[in-house]
Design a protein around this ligand. Structure first.
Ligand SMILES: Cc1cc2nc3c(=O)[nH]c(=O)nc-3n(C[C@H](O)[C@H](O)[C@H](O)COP(=O)(O)OP(=O)(O)OC[C@H]3O[C@@H](n4cnc5c(N)ncnc54)[C@H](O)[C@@H]3O)c2cc1C
Length: 390
């Protein structure tokens, strides 16, 4: 008989969709090229007793009731509020840069004055993107904005993206605005909790369904072929007219006919440590590359409900330009948004417009930065719309 639906990719996009369609009675086959489920949220208990996040630290935070309700079917939660410190002029100060950061970096009198001006102009509790702060007419704010830009954004952005902060889409630097408050938390969302037992366990529970079959270590593009000229879609050499929900790279899906879409990749140099290495989960190094080549260091155990005392696991993060053929930097992590890349992506989407049974969903297929809660919500919405149309 074969599956009713093929889902490519076992990350949040694929698994949430698979579960909703399976609940509605569809036989779902998930093809996943890695040897595990969970996509980039995959975590595992390592030899130090630390819940390691294989593809970088993943912190769940949301205001979406829809995402909370759905995921809470598959996990219990524990409280965790993420804090990040930045290494600036030899000190560890709160990031996003806030009123505490000012107090730690400037002499008392100057700090008081700067805070007063910021509060008067922008209002307590507000968040201001750095590029907006730099446009201020007030000389005091301008001076502070230049300081923050230089010490928090300039080199971090160049290391992370390979572009200057001015060249990259303003939404990127806007994601970590300057905060006019004393709140040192990285996120302010109402719901800040981590799944008890980890993300992978949550995924296992989600996929535990008689209508879902998962094939790991299966490169979908070895089995799926699309001819955009004739509209023919094939699975394992035979015409396939049932839905394919594709959460992988859209350029790969279409055999790179318009070239590769640019991504930023990362390498995590992981090592075992003893005791505690740093006071919070993540310390950013917004310093020039000749001072620190890496962007941040993560000590995973700070995210755990019951962390081991003696041992620790630390990951040093190094950004790379993505190259699917390279030995390092061959995992596509972040889309690099430029006018050109957005156009190239759209050209790929246009090629699929006459192929009604292939759906693009998720951060790779939609060439979009999604947080976990956002892709969960998008996948729920997609699935119900999909079911309505059937
Ligand atoms: C370093 C980093 C840190 C992050 N931190 C956070 C955070 O703290 N909080 C947060 O909310 N979000 C975070 N995110 C975002 C989060 O990772 C995404 O929201 C989430 O992974 C998106 O899920 P997805 O299913 O779209 O993609 P993915 O998780 O990437 O899943 C796609 C899956 O499809 C598989 N696949 C792709 N192509 C094929 C193919 N051709 N054949 C077979 N399988 C294929 C892949 O192997 C992968 O498993 C972070 C992202 C990164 C990169």
């Amino acid at each position: 008989m074969g599956p009713d639906v093929i889902v490519v990719g076992a990350g949040f996009a694929g698994c949430v969709t698979a579960r909703i369609l399976a609940d509605a009675g569809a036989q779902v086959l998930i093809l996943e090229r890695r040897n595990h489920i969970g996509g980039n949220a995959y975590d595992w208990l390592d030899e130090n007793g630390v819940m390691r996040h294989e593809y970088g630290p993943h912190i769940f935070h949301t205001n979406s009731e829809k995402a909370i309700d759905f995921l809470s079917r598959f996990t219990e939660w524990y409280d965790y509020e993420h804090k990040v410190l930045g290494y600036i002029e030899g000190k560890l100060v709160p990031i996003p840069f806030n009123l505490h950061s000012i107090e730690m970096l400037f002499p008392k009198e100057k700090a008081e004055h700067l805070k007063e001006v910021l509060i008067n102009v922008y209002g307590m509790g507000n968040k201001i993107p750095i590029l907006e702060l730099r446009k201020s007419d007030d000389p005091m704010i301008q001076e502070l904005a230049e300081y923050i830009f230089e010490h928090v954004f300039k080199y971090y952005t160049m290391k992370q993206w390979g572009y200057t902060a001015e060249e990259i889409d303003p939404a990127v630097t806007g994601r970590v605005p300057v905060s006019i408050s004393y709140d040192d938390r990285y996120f302010q969302d109402r719901f800040q909790k981590m799944p008890k037992g980890g993300f992978t366990k949550l995924f296992e529970n989600m996929l535990e369904h008689e209508n879902i079959m998962v094939q790991l270590e299966t490169e979908a593009m070895n089995h799926i072929h699309i001819n955009t000229d004739t509209g023919l879609v094939q699975y394992k050499g035979a015409r396939f007219t049932k839905p394919i929900i594709y959460t992988g790279l859209v350029d790969q899906l279409l055999d790179y006919v318009n070239g590769d879409l640019p991504y930023r990749s990362l390498e995590f140099n992981v090592r075992t440590e003893y005791g505690e290495v740093q006071p919070v989960t993540t310390v950013n190094y917004p310093t020039p590359a000749n001072e620190h080549l890496y962007t941040r260091i993560t000590e995973y155990k700070h995210m755990m409900e019951n962390p081991p005392q003696e041992r620790s696991t630390v990951a040093v993060e190094l950004p790379y330009a993505y190259d699917r053929n390279a030995a390092k930097g061959n995992v596509p992590y972040y889309p690099v948004f430029t006018d050109e890349s957005k156009k190239s992506y759209q050209a790929y989407v246009d090629l699929l417009k006459d192929i009604p049974n292939v759906y693009l969903l998720g951060r790779l297929a939609e060439y979009k930065y999604y947080n976990m809660d956002a892709i969960v919500e998008a996948a729920i919405n997609f699935s119900y719309q999909f079911l309505e149309k059937k």
